[in-house]
Structures are given as structure tokens and as C-alpha cells.
Design a protein around this ligand. Structure first.
Ligand code: ACO
Length: 325
């Protein structure tokens, strides 16, 4: 039986760049603080009329082109997101419409920053079972719409963007060779989007306070390091490989210091870790999808390489996939 692997990758990020110096004019912060504490220099911000589904569609088109797959032939679309255009229709259905992928089943997955790997693993099950022959997996976020721009502890961290991949059968012992997913719901309150007045939306009261991200950064930091290191180790064990066999680790880009701490814990040299947080900040689910895209187009991943993807996010949820390229 052939494996399930990545046939094409794509990405789409907003044109608008918000630098640390721009943020200095908005909140009480400095370029130096943001850079030394997070590794972020700038991030992309979607405009008022630029929707999550627009970014998702852009990334999808590029991935389909690279995979040489016509939109009419797409059988499954899964979008990982926590910042959809609206509660429903799903972003996946909006993408389906925009692409004209009439044959496809489509749905969203909410697993915060781990969404891309949760979606990839979910799609793989459908392909492995034979139910579908291909799947378009997208991670897309307009997370800056959930940010309180007066809160310096969160607004400097995030950015918008989308990444995508097409999954399908691959020959030989290639493709996604192992995956690991875990959740720790007991830590859910460390990062959440809450309604300011705590009131659910009702037919009588259609106006609600704008929800925004609240976060306990230091607590998350520690759990992020431990969860990502553990997730990589579990996935490598399942793949019957050793850490030394991994050619490139592509981690979730929440904080460069988290990435360095994970590398140190795993004893993986920094040159084997892909980092692009300096240009994008934390794009939630889209971070790892865009990082994977850039690693591929920059030639950091070559045929035959063992690639470890690892994520951590609100929920709390962690995941890792090992892919033989
Ligand atoms: N500019 C200047 N000072 C700031 C800023 C800012 N933007 N933000 C906070 N500070 C101040 C604080 O007020 C505090 O001041 P005090 O000492 O006078 O009280 C000081 O800086 C230190 O604050 P800490 O919160 O202790 O800073 P820390 O070194 O922990 O860095 C950070 C904060 C960057 C948030 C870090 O904790 C982190 O990255 N945590 C993980 C966050 C994360 O991973 N989130 C996403 C996970 S899930 C997902 O990706 C969807």
C-alpha cells in the first residue's frame, strides 16, 4: 500500500506589514522588548475587507497548482482555523465556493495553533481508509481581529496569514509516517477568547461585546516547551526513528525563545530548526503551514529528508507529524 504524503504546498499572507516600530506608536512597547522577548520584527495584518477565507483561498490555489490538481477534482477540504469569517458557513465551504470545488466535502477544525496538524492527521485517515483520493488541508487565520490593540502583552505577538497543502497517495516509503495528537483541557483558561460581558448572543440581544484574546504568557511558555518536546519524541518513537534521523524540525512559531528552549531540550542543533517568526509573528494554525511552505520553497527540505512538524496551542493542544519527504 502506498503512503499518504504532501503533493503541493501554498501560502497567502496579507500585503500590509506592521513593524515593531509601528507598534511603538500604538502601545507602550519598544522594538527592543519585542525582539528580545519574542524574536518578532514584523507581522502581516489583514485589511478590513480582507477575509480569512480570502487568505485560505489564495493559499489553496497555490497548493493545487503545485500539486497539479484541478479544483473540480478536490474531494475533501479541511480548514484549520480559530478566526473564521463567521460562525457559519465554515471557511472550508467558502473556499469550496471560491475554488468551484463542487465535488468536495468541506468542514473546519478548531484546534488553535495545532489545527494544521490536527487537520492533516484527520485528512490522512479519510485517504488511508479509501473514502477519498485527495484532500486540501488549509490553515488560515485572521487572528488579529480577535486582538485587543490596547493590550501590549498580546497585540505585539500575532499576525495573519494562511498556508495549505494537498494530500494524496505517494509511492514508496514516503509521506506522513507517524503522527501524535494530545490535549490538556485542564489548562484551557491559560489562553482564551472571552466575551467581555459573559453573555451569550441571543435573538433579543444581538449586540455583544467584541471578544478578544486573553493569555497567561509565562505559564503557557513553560507548558509549550514541555508539550512540544514531548510531542516530537512521541511521534519519532511511533515512526521508529531517532532524533538524529530528523533533518529538519518545523515548529509552531509562537516565540523564538520557546523554539530555542525546545531545541535545547531535544538537543537538536539550531540549524536543523526552521524559524520565520521574525517576519510573521504568531499566525496561530497558519504559522506552521506557512513555515512548511517556506522551508520547501527555500530548498530546506529535500527528497528523502525526515521532517518533524510540531505544534502547541490554546486548548491546550499539542501535535507532531513526521514526514518522509
Ligand atoms: N512591551 C513592553 N513591555 C511588556 C510588553 C510589551 N509588549 N508586554 C509585557 N511587558 C512587560 C510586562 O508588563 C512585565 O512588566 P513588569 O515586570 O513590570 O510586570 C514585563 O514586560 C515582563 O512580562 P512577562 O509576561 O514576564 O514577559 P515574558 O518574558 O514572559 O514574555 C511573552 C511574555 C512574550 C508573552 C512570553 O511569556 C510568551 O511568549 N509566552 C508564550 C505565549 C504563547 O505561546 N502564546 C500562544 C500559544 S497558543 C497559540 O499560539 C494560539
Amino acid at each position: 500500500m502506498s503512503g499518504i504524503g504532501i503533493l503541493g504546498v501554498g501560502h497567502c499572507v496579507p500585503k500590509k506589514v506592521l513593524t515593531n516600530h509601528d507598534l511603538e506608536k500604538m502601545v507602550d512597547t519598544t522594538d527592543e522588548w519585542i525582539l528580545t522577548r519574542t524574536g518578532i520584527k514584523e507581522r502581516r495584518i489583514a485589511g478590513k475587507h480582507e477575509k480569512n477565507s480570502d487568505l485560505a483561498t489564495g493559499a489553496a490555489r497555490e497548493a493545487l497548482k503545485q500539486a497539479n490538481l484541478n479544483a473540480h477534482d478536490v474531494e475533501l477540504i479541511i480548514v484549520a482555523t480559530i478566526s473564521p469569517d463567521s460562525n457559519f458557513p465554515s471557511v472550508a465551504c467558502l473556499v469550496q465556493k471560491a475554488l468551484g470545488a463542487k465535488k468536495a466535502a468541506a468542514f473546519d477544525i478548531g484546534a488553535a495553533c495545532s489545527g494544521f496538524l490536527y487537520a492533516m492527521t484527520t485528512a490522512k485517515q479519510f485517504l488511508q481508509s479509501g473514502m477519498y483520493q485527495n484532500a486540501l488541508v488549509i490553515a488560515s487565520e485572521k487572528i488579529t481581529s480577535l486582538i485587543d490593540w490596547n493590550d501590549r502583552s498580546t497585540c505585539v505577538l500575532f499576525g495573519d496569514g494562511a498556508g495549505a497543502c494537498v494530500l494524496g497517495p505517494v509511492r514508496g516509503k514516503r509521506g506522513i509516517i507517524s503522527e501524535f495528537m494530545h490535549a490538556q483541557g485542564n489548562f484551557g483558561d491559560l489562553m482564551a477568547v472571552v466575551f467581555e460581558d459573559g453573555e451569550p448572543l441571543s435573538q433579543q440581544n444581538k449586540t455583544i461585546a467584541k471578544p478578544f484574546v486573553v493569555m497567561q504568557g509565562q505559564e503557557l511558555f513553560k507548558i509549550a516547551v514541555n508539550s512540544m518536546a514531548a510531542a516530537v519524541e512521541q511521534a519519532i518513537k511511533k515512526a521508529k526513528l531517532k532524533l538524529e534521523d530528523i533533518d529538519l524540525v518545523v515548529p509552531h512559531q509562537a516565540n523564538d525563545r520557546i523554539i530555542s528552549a525546545v531545541a535545547k531540550k531535544l538537543k537538536v542543533p539550531k540549524e536543523k530548526i526552521f524559524v520565520n517568526i521574525d517576519r510573521y509573528g504568531n499566525m496561530s494554525a497558519a504559522s506552521i503551514a506557512v513555515a512548511l511552505y517556506e522551508a520547501v520553497v527555500q530548498g530546506r527540505i529535500k527528497k528523502g529528508d525526515n521532517v518533524a512538524l510540531v505544534t502547541f496551542g490554546a486548548g491546550l493542544v499539542s501535535a507532531a507529524n513526521i514526514i518522509k519527504w
